[in-house]
Ligand binder design. Structure first.
Ligand code: PMT
Length: 399
């Protein structure tokens, strides 16, 4: 395997030497690229001695460019591994900067990219860093999460570079998965997904909403697109990037979601309603901000029922295969079965919600229910739940 190892500035840079040693011992080729920061911690010569390759560190060095230009270098590896990936490097990568050789290579590649962050615990916990790593992962990059323990600065917490032996084995695993034939089970199928909450405005500044983050629906859309489906994603107001290869329609309210679904359901083979649609809205949204008055201790809002979008689709003669979700805090399967019947759905995913599960989290636990079958999935990431759901549906649709 040809591995391009990007080393950025941090005390953990010395552990990258062990990475090179392990990969060379296993018979791989390693090309090291260092940032200016990395060179403050470790001499390029050490990497050169271990890898047998001249270390690359400059975008503008004529001699280096002559040996292999940076674009050719970006094409060369089977995988790019960034270890340690500093907070600064992650921020620059997130922003799509190409201000040194390493960031330029990461921008100019279509190869699998694995990053192993390492930094002080507070830098790691900082919202900016967490946002950066989430976004990079949503672009398909794989993170090898830092470990907890005593840090070089003397503090204790999460932020230590993953152990070199574990980085080596995870990269090998990732590459063997990548070599497997991609699953294209949904090739040629058209999928319509609703995701996220709906916001029902009360006035220009207030609304009725709910805790749906959209993660479940977006994971379904991404997994289906990866398996070859043509996906239209109707998204409520959420703060998530559009999944790669997916057509996204943004809506705010239940009525707007209904209109978008009505315009798109007939072109779909399957519809999955993962959205948490508000059941009620105010009939008339106030034109101006509703004012609080001294003599008024209570405010009564009269709400009207929103249309049931998925039930409407299920009633159409040209309906797709219709899959609903049911988020419940108790008696999950029975409530879901009742919704399956009442809404006339082909299938429903009973979704246990509660503290740390269902809404907003990255994990979920679904029970897949049709008229004749009930399959309980193990708790796993929303992406894994999405893949299991898609496999279940496509098998059912085929039979
Ligand atoms: O977004 P996340 O943070 O990742 O969380 C995921 C989730 C918990 C929101 C999601 O997995 C989920 O369970 N969504 C359904 C939420 C729910 O309880 O829906 P419901 O019971 O109100 O509705 C049942 C089904 O009817 C759903 O498919 C819903 O999209 C649909 N519905 C509901 C009301 C309505 N007016 N129109 C609809 O189409």
């Amino acid at each position: 395997m040809k591995i391009l190892l990007g080393v950025s500035g941090g005390i953990a840079a010395y552990k990258a030497l062990e990475l090179v040693r392990l990969w060379m011992k296993a018979g791989h080729q390693v090309q090291v690229v260092m940032t200016e920061g990395a060179k403050q911690f470790i001499a390029p010569l050490s990497f050169q001695a271990l890898s047998g390759q001249r270390v690359r560190d400059s975008l503008f060095d004529l001699a280096q460019e002559d040996a292999m230009g940076h674009i050719a270098l970006a094409r060369w590896p089977d995988v790019i591994v960034l270890a340690p990936a500093s907070a600064d490097l992650l921020a620059r990568l997130r922003a799509g900067m190409a201000d040194d050789l390493l960031t330029t290579l990461c921008l100019a590649t279509d190869k699998p990219l694995v990053f192993a962050p390492a930094m002080n615990r507070l830098m790691w916990a900082n919202a900016a860093t967490q946002e950066n790593v989430q976004l990079l992962q949503s672009r398909g990059w794989t993170m090898l999460a830092p470990e907890s323990g005593e840090q070089a600065c003397g503090e204790v917490g999460a932020g230590r570079l993953a152990e070199p032996a574990s980085i080596v084995s995870r990269v090998a695993q990732i590459m063997s998965h990548a070599a497997e034939k991609p699953n294209q089970a949904w090739l040629g199928k058209r999928l319509l997904v609703t995701a996220g909450p709906t916001f029902e405005d009360l006035d220009p500044v207030r609304f009725i909403g709910n805790r749906s983050s959209g993660k479940m629906g977006f994971a379904i859309a991404q997994a289906a697109a990866d398996q070859g489906a043509q996906v239209v994603l109707i998204a409520g107001p959420v703060n998530l990037p559009t999944p790669k290869g997916v057509e996204r329609i943004n809506v705010r309210s239940a009525l707007a979601m209904m209109t978008a679904v009505q315009a798109n359901y007939a072109q779909a083979d399957v519809m999955i309603g993962a959205a948490a649609v508000a059941d009620y809205r105010v009939e008339q949204v106030a034109q101006q901000k509703i004012k609080k008055t001294d003599d008024q201790d209570r405010l009564t809002l009269e709400l009207v029922k929103n249309p049931d979008i998925i039930a409407w689709v299920a009633q159409q003669s040209d309906k797709p295969y219709v899959v609903g979700f049911a988020a419940e805090t108790q008696d999950v399967v029975n409530y879901a079965k009742e919704k399956l019947k009442r809404k006339g759905l082909d299938m429903i995913c009973a979704n246990q919600v509660g503290e740390g599960i269902g809404f907003e989290t990255d994990t979920n636990q679904l029970t897949l229910i049709t008229e004749n079958e009930t399959v309980v999935l193990e708790l796993s990431s929303k992406r894994q739940q999405a893949e299991a759901l898609l496999t279940f549906i496509i098998e059912g649709v085929k039979n």
